[in-house]
Write a protein that binds this ligand. Structure first.
Ligand code: HEC
Ligand code: HEC
Length: 300
């Protein structure tokens, strides 16, 4: 398989390879047959350090021999390995193939470790200290860069140790599917549906009141009626809706920051929050143990 999109690149590479190998062969032949400034005493006339003379001898045979071997080697190598543009080489070797091979060998080697958990449910695996050790290492390698090494998350990255779930029930199935497919939380900009800047500010105070956070009660009362614009996703009571990934606004858990300023920002600009799929780099066994580990974080 060639990565070149156009044949002319493959041609250019082929020509460059052939020309440079041939140039080496010609250089060897020319330097082996041309006599330079032959003198009676067979010196070139160059003298260093008083009496160190440069002789005009031919190249040593062993050296020429090595040079010929490298030229032959270059042609053999070019025939066996992918050297000429889109030509794959007689051995069919490729770096992707070698990588895939190593991955396969690695997976075969670790398979027995995970086979131990084959017949077990995630709930059972979560009670196995050895499995949880493996799960933690997998988490540190694939998830911690976003969710934090303690899995408590940070702004825009949800805490995985609490009972608050954006898009599901926190079951092993939900966690498994989230790892494999990733997820996207999407709230559209809502300012136009709410009204003026004052309306947006009042609504933000009302949202704060839902979780008994400090708020301006007069503004909050004015903003209450505007919440109909939000109810389709967050529910009339503001308790959220996992089917559309709309968080509970009454629990005082804030993914995108606490306070009126952050809420106004959400209303005005909305938010698209993406977790990319993570399944590709995990074997079935790893996925199973990691799922159990994450589930265990919130089900102690
Ligand atoms: C590149 C950053 C990133 C990585 C890596 C990542 N996540 Fe996420 N994850 C997120 C974001 C962002 C969200 C929230 C998406 C949203 O708002 O709906 C999320 C959401 C989740 C959720 C749903 C939380 C909820 O409240 O419903 C789970 C479960 C989860 N991640 C587990 C994992 C696991 C396990 C890994 C490692 C295999 C992982 N994530 C790796 C960014 C990441
Ligand atoms: C189309 C559905 C939808 C509508 C309508 C909607 N939201 Fe959201 N909202 C979401 C989703 C989904 C998220 C989570 C985004 C994410 O995963 O990061 C969210 C997040 C939020 C957050 C952040 C919560 C946190 O934990 O930080 C606030 C605040 C919020 N919405 C307020 C509102 C208000 C106020 C309205 C009405 C003007 C509204 N939303 C209308 C879907 C919606």
């Amino acid at each position: 398989m060639s990565d070149f999109v156009s044949n002319s690149w493959a041609m250019a590479v082929t020509i460059a390879v052939v020309v440079s190998i041939l140039a080496c062969a010609v250089l060897l032949w020319v330097s082996g047959t041309t006599k330079v400034n032959a003198t009676a005493d067979n010196t070139t006339g160059h003298v260093w350090d008083g009496d160190l003379q440069e002789m005009n001898n031919p190249l040593p045979r062993w050296w020429v021999g090595l040079f010929i071997i490298t030229v032959i080697f270059a042609f053999l190598y070019a025939a066996l390995y992918p050297t000429f543009g889109s030509f794959n080489g007689k051995l069919g070797w490729s770096s992707q193939g070698q990588h895939a091979d190593q991955v396969k060998k690695f997976e075969e080697r670790i398979a027995p470790v995970y086979a131990a958990y084959d017949g077990m449910t995630p709930e059972q695996i979560a009670k196995d200290p050895k499995a949880m050790g493996i799960g933690e290492r997998l988490f540190q390698n694939t998830c911690a860069q976003c969710h934090g090494s303690d899995a408590r998350g940070s702004k825009t990255f949800p805490n995985l140790t609490d009972a608050d779930w954006l898009g599901g029930d926190g079951s092993p199935q939900y966690i498994h599917d989230t790892i494999v497919k990733g997820r996207t939380g999407m709230m559209p900009p809502m300012a136009a549906a709410v009204g003026s800047a004052d309306d947006v500010n009042n609504l933000a105070q009302y949202v704060l009141s839902l979780s008994d956070s400090p708020n301006d009660s007069v503004a909050s009362a004015l903003g209450k009626s505007k919440f109909v614009a939000c109810a389709a996703c967050h529910g009339m009571d503001g308790k959220g809706n996992t089917a559309v990934g709309a968080p509970n606004l009454t629990d005082d858990i804030w993914l995108h920051g606490w306070g009126a300023e952050h809420i106004v920002n959400m209303i005005n600009h909305g938010k698209t929050n993406v977790m990319p799929p993570q399944g590709e780099n995990l074997t079935e066994g790893q996925l199973k143990v990691l799922t159990a580990y994450v589930w265990g974080l919130s089900h102690k």
